[in-house]
Design a protein around this ligand. Structure first.
Ligand code: MTE
Ligand code: MO
Length: 330
């Protein structure tokens, strides 16, 4: 995003998708999973879902993925087609182009996967991801994802509340922030072999932000496991913040007393802050944040909409920032 900011006109034709694919997954499921749907267009949805579902969860989680709980989150939203959500990505470890993550992550190995938990917590150590997840019921939550580059999409995530996971490690009263790190493995992640990034990718949240019920520890999307390009096997989804806070392929969680350094704020502190709350009233120094391209969009169908404060989640999160000057703490 530091490198280039796509304009609406830069979109590829493949992103211009038939209106029918906007059909919400739950509406689709309620209509009978495709059985009774011979009409034109709906097949696209079935195909997208099948493609999404072709990624099998590990055996230990098969049962969890077969019993995903529906939640009220985003039930009225029009979900992005699976193809768009999995081919227009930011995952700089695999390259800076929007197609690079999909094209270059096919061989990425995500099992087994462990997460190291450190710092101000009662329970620290190395934990197997399957063991962390097995203890909770998986939920589906449909959230808007708003990138700082001024595009957005609606994605049906599968996962659990981040707070529920973090509480199990018993953070101490000194845990004022929580820091996350992505895998560093230049053999598997080609862009880590060079470039201007100080790898690994790092992110962080204030502890009360992390404990907010909206914050998600996601292990899937579109009803099955995360595709590699979307941050397999586990990522954050923080829907009221710019997308770069939603760190992918997490291997480390550290509870800390002071605000941690984060990748984008280290690289360009005047452009990307620690908080990074979606805010139409605070422009990026090089472009406006008042509007966004809701994907899929393209030349014939730009689909530009107004950006909402906290990405439309004010009711849930505004109180976290009471009294703070959000133009200063951007
Ligand atoms: N490790 C890592 N996490 C990352 C990124 C990245 O480059 N590396 N990009 C971020 C950005 S800028 C966005 S917008 C989202 C994109 O998520 P998606 O590709 O699943 O839509 O992932 C975020 N998480
Ligand atoms: Mo982003």
């Amino acid at each position: 995003m530091l490198i280039r900011n796509k304009k609406a006109s830069d979109c590829t034709e493949s992103e211009v998708t038939d209106q029918s694919v906007y059909l919400n997954r739950r509406q689709f499921m309620k209509m009978g999973g495709g059985v009774a749907l011979g009409v034109g267009g709906v097949g696209h949805v079935a195909a997208a879902l099948q493609e999404g579902n072709s990624l099998a969860p590990p055996a230990s989680l098969t049962n969890s993925f077969q019993n995903i709980i529906e939640t009220p989150y985003g039930s009225a939203e029009k979900v992005a087609p699976f193809d768009v959500a999995t081919s227009y990505n930011n995952f700089y470890e695999f390259g800076y182009g929007k197609n690079d993550p999909k094209d270059k992550s096919a061989e990425f190995k995500t099992t087994p996967w462990t997460i190291t938990v450190e710092g101000e917590a009662g329970k620290t150590g190395v934990f197997d991801l399957d063991d962390i997840i097995k203890e909770s019921m998986l939920e589906e939550r449909i959230y808007r994802l708003r990138c700082v580059e001024a595009w957005s999409m609606v994605i049906p995530w599968v996962g659990v509340s981040l707070g529920d996971v973090l509480r199990r490690f018993e953070p101490t009263s000194k845990a004022k922030y929580v820091y996350f790190e992505t895998l560093y493995d230049p053999k598997q992640m080609p862009a880590q072999r060079g470039g201007s990034f100080d790898w690994p990718y790092r992110e962080g949240l204030r502890i009360d932000e992390a404990m907010n019920p909206l914050a998600m520890f996601a292990v899937g999307m579109y009803g099955s496991v995360l595709p590699n390009q979307n941050g397999a096997p586990v990522r954050l989804v923080i829907p009221w913040k710019y997308g770069f806070k939603s760190i992918k392929s997490i291997v480390k969680i550290r509870f800390v007393e002071t605000m941690p350094e984060t990748t984008w704020s280290l690289l360009a502190p005047s452009e990307y802050g620690f908080y990074a709350n979606v805010n139409p009233n605070v422009d990026h120094p090089r472009w406006t944040q008042k509007q966004e391209r809701r994907l899929p969009s393209g030349v014939l169908f730009p689909n530009v909409i107004d950006t909402e404060m906290f990405n439309g989640y004010s009711e849930e999160v505004a109180s976290l920032y009471a009294g703070m000057d959000l133009s200063r703490f951007y």
